[in-house]
Design a protein around this ligand. Structure first.
Ligand code: LCS
Length: 407
């Protein structure tokens, strides 16, 4: 057990990855440098052979980046982490490091659109095949595994439907078939779900979302549970070069300090808003893991420490009503991305999941009228008031009669 394992999660958020610095600086300095001077030719050579420890070149390692990586690894309970240029760069790193020609992947159907597209259009070119399954039914994962399956890739809650997959059950299946179990933990963050503790081998994040939390950085991270996996990933990252830069690392590290309290507020507000939406006559259905009506609510209770800040809902009045809502909300902003302090609303079928195509979306349960809401940390009552005035606009613009007919 690490000494830090004994500390509470909120304490770890504030202190993880922070060391002692020059001038007594409380905050890690930003080493905004591409390269590091050697003391001598021998010193440079020793750094390359590994006989001496130190930094050589920022694509290989950088102290500001390492501080942030150590913090995220500690929060996830992993061995080490690798900062990447984006969430997609993190996903690409995992597949590039673990797969080769002839290998097979089992992947959740409800994943961020470009994750599916990456497997279908890029990795397929290199002879990697993928079976997409509704991983909310863990037996579907089991039945999709073939002798050549190397990776089981799960996103839970899935983007944008918020479908939940049982991580303990699926990791048992992956282990029994010698597959690496990879989990995209972007929607929950380690404050609410720790996949490595539930049997996963690798966790990744789009740190663009909750980990940074302030909508001002694009970044990703891969957290691994063994030294062997770390060495494998590090070698590939060094060759492919999709690393995070020092300034973005600094910003993410700063964001991590408030992760626990931000997530607490996201959870409280999203629960209140999900209940409001579920009771609203103009809402057809609401998907939020914390509602008893969520199909996998029992699994969510088992593996979440809170149910997050993401809600998906379907309006009565379908696409047209959705379009009016997006054009009339005032406090909630119409934008893709999620997990920031500000509330964002978007339409997956025409935006984040457009690249999946209609068939892909249908298989993932993404209806044309689905609205995705990333609940920020504003006053929940202000957000509800904003939605309410938007519902009034829908009624007004569609006309009571036309609205009823479209239901
Ligand atoms: N994984 C999940 C679950 C995501 O939601 C995203 C981005 C990524 C990975 C990729 O991360 P990125 O490269 O953008 O840092 N999701 C987005 C979304 O739903 N709207 O805009 C981006």
């Amino acid at each position: 057990m690490h000494d830090s394992d004994k500390k509470g999660f909120d304490t770890k958020c504030v202190h993880a990855g922070i060391g002692e610095y020059e001038f007594g600086s409380v905050v890690p300095p930003i080493f905004q440098t591409s390269t590091f001077k050697f003391k001598s030719a021998r010193h440079g050579a020793n750094l390359f052979t590994g006989e001496e420890k130190g930094h050589i070149y920022t694509r290989m390692s950088n102290p500001t980046v390492e501080a942030m990586e150590n913090a995220v690894a500690e929060l996830e309970g992993g061995y080490k982490a690798l900062g990447c240029a984006s969430g997609m760069a993190a996903i690409d790193l995992i597949f590039s490091a673990l797969l080769q020609y002839g290998d097979h992947v089992v992947c959740s159907t409800s994943v961020y659109g470009p994750t599916r597209t990456l497997l279908e259009t890029v990795f397929s070119k290199f002879g990697v095949s993928t079976t997409f399954v509704n991983s909310s039914d863990h037996l579907k994962v089991l039945h999709a595994i073939r002798p050549e399956t190397k990776v089981v890739y799960i996103e839970t809650p899935g983007n944008p439907t918020l479908a939940i997959s049982d991580l303990s059950e699926i990791s048992k299946i992956a282990r029994a078939h010698s597959c690496h179990m990879v989990v995209d933990n972007t929607f929950m963050s380690p404050a609410l779900q720790r996949p490595l503790m539930l049997g996963a081998d690798i966790v990744l994040h789009s740190m663009t979302k909750f980990l940074n939390g302030h909508a001002d950085v694009v970044a990703g991270i891969v957290v691994v549970n063994t030294e062997e996996l770390y060495i494998k990933m590090k070698k590939v990252l060094n060759q492919t070069g999709g690393v995070i830069d020092p300034f973005n690392s600094f910003l993410v590290h700063r964001g991590l300090k408030t992760l626990a309290i931000r997530m607490q507020r996201h959870c409280e507000s999203a629960t209140k808003i999900a209940r409001y939406l579920e009771a609203h006559p103009m809402v057809k259905s609401v998907s939020f893991p914390g509602l008893p009506s969520h199909p996998q609510h029992e699994i969510a209770k088992k593996q979440h420490l809170g149910h997050g800040g993401m809600i998906a809902f379907e309006l009565q009045g379908g696409f047209q009503a959705g379009e009016i809502m997006m054009n009339t909300v005032k406090l909630c902003q119409l934008a893709v991305s999620l997990g920031g302090v500000e509330s964002l609303i978007q339409h997956p079928a025409s935006m984040t999941h457009f690249s999946m195509g209609e068939a892909g979306r249908a298989a993932a349960g993404i209806t044309e009228g689905l609205v995705r809401f990333s609940v920020g940390i504003e006053d929940a009552d202000d957000l509800i008031a904003d939605l309410e005035q938007s519902f009034e606009e829908i009624k007004y613009r569609m006309g009571e009669k036309e609205f009823r007919n479209s239901i």
